[in-house]
Every structure is written in structure tokens, then in C-alpha cells.
Design a protein around this ligand. Structure first.
Ligand SMILES: Nc1ncnc2c1ncn2[C@@H]1O[C@H](COP(=O)(O)OP(=O)(O)O)[C@@H](O)[C@H]1O
Ligand SMILES: [Mg+2]
Length: 297
């Protein structure tokens, strides 16, 4: 499966940030082992960045596979401050962890994405939904696997969902986005980008309107498409992600819109149908990043 040129194993160990070992982390760990790359596992739940522990971080490339998006963003920021090179970097990890911030970046970079509005209160949310018309989509700022992504089919459902959001215990949780629904219930597309190259795309279909693999969506290979490849690369670049899972939907006119960019992409479904070795591409990026790090003069 490894048909691309490989850089030699770096002299310095590669860091692997994680608190949970899933399929993806097992694949990455076995690729690191296969290439005999010294690896330091780091668990963000135990990292306090105490003065006696931070020296070894300087110059280290750290692949961020932390499952919690808050911990991933905070740890990436801390790693950068102590001279390490998290992949993805701290800014892109933070942007990808917030659907509103992602939307702003996508639109600023001219990447097509469904019309989205911010709803810091139920009143604002209701106005936004009514301006888009039914059905509309309500999403939390930060969540994964389709959690709390709601299809609002009528005014009663809008009131109920917004009321529930308003009862949540923090301003960040109470704030949601309201988004145009794009052919909800149709399959969607997931592309994977590593270092500016789209490795391919899959189609995800589910009996749930949310086509997350974590919700049981089935996957199939998407036929090669320059348009999808280009959109995925542009979306990853808009948020500065070197490693990215890009979710897209097809609009009624046959065009495609980017929903979000995942900075710590899950790729089990993708590898199973495409045969593309995503773990190898990710590890290669870590190795080349490590090789690129210049010794201080
Ligand atoms: N605006 C939308 N129009 C149609 N389907 C959507 C829309 N937003 C989300 N979905 C469906 O819900 C799934 C989850 O939404 P997404 O924004 O990717 O959030 P998550 O981070 O939870 O995966 C998408 O993969 C897609 O199938
Ligand atoms: Mg998604």
C-alpha cells in the first residue's frame, strides 16, 4: 500500500497525543513501529507543562489524535508555546473545533458552504430559522459524530430544540448555529486531505439523515472527481489544516458545499473502501515535518 517515497526515520522522536486508542490510532502506531520511528505517547489528561517537563518538547513534531476537541485545542496551543510542532497546528485545531469559526474561514476563502447564521439566543435562532425556511439545521458550535445536529422541520420543533439549547449550562453550549438544510437525508461525502493532496473521497449513506459513520452510515468509494478533490484541498487550506477530513453535501443543482473540516480525522470507513493507506500518509507528513525542523543556531 506504500507506493510513495518515504523519508528516512527522523533522529528525534515523534510525539503522539492521545487519550483513547481507536482504529485510527492503532493504524498510526503500527505504521510508526513498522518504520521504526521512535514515538513518545502523550496523554493530554496528564500534561501540566511543569517547567521540568517542557524542555524535551522543543522542536518535537506531535501528531494530535486527542479525541476531545477542547483538550486537543488547548494542548496544541500549549505545545506550540513550548516550541513543539503539533500537527495540525493550534490555530487550525481550534478553527476546526468550532463550526462557526470554520464557516467564517470557509466563506472568507470563497469555499462554498451552506448559508449559516450564529444564534446566541433562542430568539435569534428562531429568526434565523424562519428566514431560512423549513427544514433548517441547528448545530452546536463544537461537537462530533452528528451529536446534537438537529433537523428542524417546523416551528414547534424549532421552539423545542432552541428551548433545550437555552437550558444548557454555559454560554458556549447555549450558542448554536442555524444552517440551510441541503437535501437532508441524501448521502454525503467525506474527503481526506494530507499535505495539500486529496487522498480520495467516500460516499456515506445512512437511515439517519446524519451520515456519520459513528451513527452506522455505510460507505462506498466516491468516483474520482476533480471538483471534490479541489474543494477538499481548498477547505483544508482555508482552515490551515495539513491533515483534514472534509465533509460535503451535494446541492440540488449538482454542486457541492463543504459542511466542516475535521482536524483529527477518523478514517476507518475511508480505508476500508478505498484501500488508501491514510495512516502511512499521516506518518509521512510527521516525518517530513520533523526533518524540516531546523536546529537552532
Ligand atoms: N446543512 C446540512 N444539510 C444537509 N445535511 C447536513 C447538514 N448539516 C449536517 N448534515 C448531515 O449531518 C451530518 C453531521 O453534520 P456535521 O456538520 O458534519 O457535524 P459533525 O461534526 O457532528 O459530524 C453530516 O455529515 C450530514 O450528513
Ligand atoms: Mg461531520
Amino acid at each position: 500500500m506504500n507506493d510513495h517515497a518515504q523519508a528516512p526515520a527522523p533522529a528525534q522522536p515523534v510525539g503522539l497525543l492521545l487519550s483513547t486508542v481507536r482504529y485510527e490510532e492503532r493504524r498510526i502506531l503500527s505504521e510508526l513501529e513498522r518504520r521504526e520511528i521512535a514515538t513518545v505517547r502523550m496523554d493530554p489528561r496528564t500534561m501540566s507543562f511543569a517547567p521540568e517537563n517542557v524542555a524535551r518538547l522543543s522542536g518535537m513534531t506531535v501528531l494530535n489524535r486527542e479525541i476531545s476537541s477542547q483538550r486537543a485545542a488547548l494542548t496544541a496551543e500549549s505545545l506550540e508555546a513550548f516550541g513543539a510542532h503539533p500537527l495540525n497546528d493550534a490555530t487550525s485545531t481550534r478553527l476546526c473545533g468550532n463550526k462557526w469559526s470554520t464557516y467564517l474561514r470557509l466563506t472568507q476563502h470563497g469555499v462554498p458552504t451552506p448559508l449559516t447564521m450564529l444564534a446566541p439566543s433562542p430568539e435569534t435562532g428562531k429568526k434565523a430559522i424562519e428566514s431560512l425556511g423549513y427544514p433548517a439545521v441547528v448545530k452546536p458550535l463544537s461537537a462530533s459524530w452528528g451529536n446534537r445536529v438537529s433537523l428542524i422541520t417546523d416551528s414547534y420543533a424549532a421552539d423545542a430544540v432552541l428551548e433545550h439549547c437555552a437550558a444548557l449550562p454555559s454560554a458556549v453550549l447555549r450558542t448554536v448555529i442555524v444552517q440551510e438544510a441541503v437535501q437532508p437525508g441524501n448521502p454525503d461525502i467525506r474527503g481526506i486531505v494530507v499535505d495539500g493532496r486529496c487522498l480520495g473521497a467516500i460516499v456515506r449513506s445512512s437511515s439517519d439523515w446524519r451520515n456519520n459513520v459513528a451513527r452506522g452510515a455505510s460507505v462506498a468509494q466516491h468516483p474520482p472527481s476533480e471538483e471534490i478533490d479541489r474543494l477538499c484541498v481548498r477547505a483544508a487550506s482555508a482552515v490551515g489544516a495539513r491533515i483534514a477530513g472534509v465533509d460535503l453535501v451535494e446541492s440540488a443543482d449538482g454542486g457541492h458545499l463543504v459542511l466542516e473540516v475535521n482536524s483529527r480525522v477518523e478514517f476507518q470507513g475511508f480505508e476500508s473502501v478505498t484501500g488508501v493507506d491514510v495512516a502511512a500518509a499521516i506518518v509521512e507528513t510527521c516525518v517530513s515535518e520533523t526533518a524540516d525542523v531546523k536546529e537552532p543556531v
